[in-house]
Design a protein around this ligand. Structure first.
Ligand code: SF4
Length: 267
């Protein structure tokens, strides 16, 4: 793993995502190395063309200090998403604590804050998160079964640990959500997932698999070598009718489990 400390020129970036005004990304790159990661395109813009995804991380050592300056100048900021093209709680956060430093700044401003991660390291910051009044924490869960997740999201903590983290955050009074995405046909078990999420989240968001994302060829290579039984269906692709049925099933399961489905995002 190549870890480099860098100085960033700005902390906040404007966002086009729904209900998000600004994004904050404490790192460039992500050690979790998920094979479906849509953020892989960022390599082109960050001087990492020749690097392999999951094997480099740039640490923005000055981002918390810059954030403080930017927020002082712009007191009417909107909603912030922490971790849009990186994971703010990836393993390197244990050593550097950049995300924690960012939260220590944000707690003084009380902007609406959403955090999306795949790591239970977020539990370390429960004390600060409970002091941010309009804060929600989401954990992404794609496969539930470890035999899939260890190939598909090789360095992320197990799905069981992510479910446990949601439960503990929820019990601490923090608004929680699960981001189930991308849904991987044959691999993502929505029935079991939504049953296990019941009572531990305030809402879920679900996203279909985007077959046009930049690293599709590598994705298919991994499916081919690790789960050859799925290869033919992934190569053929999934029709609109297929996703209509997945969406209907998701809506029914959410209703059964009394979970709000905040969005089902299609590509
Ligand atoms: S955790 Fe998110 S940013 Fe990190 S590799 Fe996985 S999908 Fe990409």
């Amino acid at each position: 793993m190549k870890i480099k400390e860098i100085k960033t020129k700005s902390a906040l970036t404007k966002s086009n995502l729904p209900e998000v005004d600004y994004c904050l990304n404490p790192y460039i790159g992500c050690a979790h190395g998920c094979i479906y990661c849509y953020a892989r395109f960022m390599r082109r813009f960050t001087g990492h063309n020749k690097d392999v995804c999951g094997q480099f991380v740039d640490v923005k050592v000055n981002i918390a200090e810059l954030l403080k300056k930017e927020l002082t100048k712009n007191p009417k900021l909107g909603a912030i998403l922490l971790g849009s093209v990186t994971d703010a709680y990836q393993p390197v956060e244990k050593k550097y604590g950049i995300t924690k430093a960012i939260l220590e700044v944000l707690v003084h401003y009380q902007y609406p804050l959403s955090i999306l991660t795949k790591s239970d390291l977020v539990l370390r910051d429960i004390d600060i998160l409970t002091r941010i009044s309009n804060c929600e924490v989401g954990l992404t869960i794609t496969p539930l079964d470890k035999k899939y997740s260890k190939v598909i999201e090789p360095l992320a903590v197990s799905p069981d640990r992510r479910l446990e983290a949601l439960s503990r955050l929820h019990k601490a009074g923090i608004k929680t959500y699960a981001f189930i995405g991308p849904v991987l046909p044959g691999i993502t078990d929505l029935t079991e997932m939504l049953a296990r999420l019941a009572g531990n989240v305030d809402f879920v968001m679900i996203e279909s698999l985007n077959q046009r994302f930049g690293d599709w060829d590598n994705f298919i290579k991994t499916i081919s070598s690790a789960f050859p039984d799925f290869l033919a269906s992934y190569q053929k692709g999934f029709s609109k009718q297929y996703w209509d049925e997945v969406e209907q099933t998701a809506r029914r399961l959410c209703e059964q489990n009394k979970i709000e489905l905040k969005g089902f995002y299609r590509h």
